[in-house]
Design a protein around this ligand. Sequence first.
Ligand code: SF4
Ligand code: SF4
Length: 65
Amino acid sequence: MMDVDVTQCIGCGGCRLVCRWNALRQNADGTYRIDSVRCRECGACADACPSGAIRRPAVREEIPR
Ligand code: SF4
Ligand code: SF4
């Protein structure tokens, strides 16, 4: 699932603005977290994040025959 690395997050709010499913929540310290129930893993927040704080889920590579 998508996840915010709060040690990288600068609290700009860009992820919240681009999320179409309103899945970003602000922590008490100003950083953000992702509500995994709402998140559809579209990746828009990761693309918008200026600090690279949002990680995409690991993609499992198909083994070629
Ligand atoms: S991956 Fe998409 S749905 Fe999930 S928090 Fe980011 S922008 Fe929202
Ligand atoms: S876009 Fe990135 S740096 Fe900005 S609040 Fe979201 S996670 Fe933090």
